[in-house]
Design a protein around this ligand. Structure first.
Ligand code: SAH
Length: 355
């Protein structure tokens, strides 16, 4: 998918992050160590299927090569620091420590159709959406592909079940970590890795226009979700500072381009905030904006964040909003709230630890 690898080229003198390497890159890396291509296949499986935590566990690799790898390569593993388990629906919220000690959150949701993991793409975020807890401390750093994969691998091992769906909807703006995201998607869907179908992967963005267009040109089969949250540029700007950089008209054009290029129906996320974007007029404007598109709308009653005063609309208002969209033949669902009892909006577990 890629030829340039910033991680590997930048860190030539440091141990290489081999869990972030695609199969051809791993083959080239091992060739430099004098190893034959089939070794790459073996090691790739240890990394991405058996998901071992150390080179020692790679038992069909010679001791000599394991020693060389120990010195030249880094095997990125993240550590679970805390797990909160919902008594209501089995949702699990994980706090993980990255190798450098920064903390991130991931969530496991158990559905009838399978297990879905929501991962973080960055530690912190620089998009500063007003209602979002992850935005409060700003961006710490972007995650490497290995660190994004690890969230899924560790959760799969913890529950001892297959993960069938992945949503990149945790902390961070995935398209602000674009190259690493692409590499992550390639590794996640590799047939010799976890082999998650691209159609079972959703990436959510606040609307970075050039990256949406670039992603469209890749023609992947993933679902792209746009965090819309308002039916007009004016209102969107009140909630999302990114709207000052890319206005609503540009964002919607990029979404149309994504659908036209990939054939994948867009999802629009709309967090309902009491008295801000939940009126009859808002619903009408939203119908006008989306009316002729083949898309799906996800309504999310806003998750109150301790540091902010935003509140959810009551159920009647939410249902009225939904009905209006349905009358206009727009596919719409209200997102089921998972793990209410372990709540606190996304990003708050991490904040509790001062990160
Ligand atoms: N940066 C990406 C993905 C991370 S946020 C994006 O903006 O899409 C995942 C989703 O949760 C986004 O739609 C985001 O707007 C929404 N979100 C963040 N905080 C929320 C809150 N307190 N209540 C409801 N939705 C929230």
């Amino acid at each position: 998918m890629h030829n340039t690898n910033p991680i590997i080229t930048e860190q030539m003198s440091e141990p290489a992050d081999i869990k972030s390497m695609t199969k051809p890159e791993l083959t080239a890396f091992l060739a430099r160590l004098g190893e034959k291509p089939f070794r790459a296949g073996q090691i790739f499986k240890w990394l991405h299927q058996r998901q071992v935590r150390s080179f020692e566990e790679m038992t069909d690799i010679s001791k000599d090569l394991r020693n060389v790898l120990q010195k030249t390569a880094q095997l990125t593993v993240i550590k679970s620091v805390e797990v909160q388990i919902s008594k209501q629906d089995g949702t699990r919220k994980y706090l993980f420590a990255l190798p450098d000690g920064h903390m991130i959150e991931s969530v496991l949701m158990k559905y009838k159709h399978g297990n879905s993991v929501c991962i973080s793409s960055q530690a912190g975020c620089r998009m500063a959406c007003r209602f979002c807890a992850s935005a409060i401390g700003g961006l710490v750093r972007s995650l490497h592909p290995s660190e994004m994969l690890e969230q899924i691998y560790r959760i799969g091992q913890d529950i001892g079940e297959r993960i069938s769906n992945v949503v990149v909807m945790g902390t961070g703006e995935p398209l602000d970590n674009y190259d690493n995201l692409l590499r992550f998607l390639e590794l996640l869907s590799d047939e010799h890795g976890l082999h998650i179908s691209q159609r079972s992967i959703t990436v959510s963005t606040c609307g970075l226009v050039p990256q949406i267009r670039a992603l469209a040109d890749r023609k992947l089969q993933i679902t792209l979700a746009l965090s819309l949250h308002a039916p007009s540029q004016e209102k969107r700007l009140l909630l999302m500072p990114v709207a000052a950089k890319y206005d609503l008209a540009q964002v919607m054009e990029a979404c149309d381009y994504y659908f036209a290029t990939t054939g994948r129906r867009m999802t629009f996320e709309y967090s309902l905030v009491h008295g801000v974007n939940d009126t009859e007029e808002d619903a009408e404007q939203l119908c006008a904006l989306l009316g002729n598109k083949n898309c799906h709308v996800n309504l999310i009653p806003v998750n109150p964040v301790r540091e902010r005063s935003f509140r959810q609309p009551d159920m009647n208002t939410t249902m009225r909003f939904k009905n209006k969209l349905e009358k206009n033949k727009i596919n719409v669902t209200i997102r089921r709230e998972m793990g209410r009892d372990i709540d606190g909006a996304c990003g708050q577990l991490r904040k509790k630890y001062g990160h």
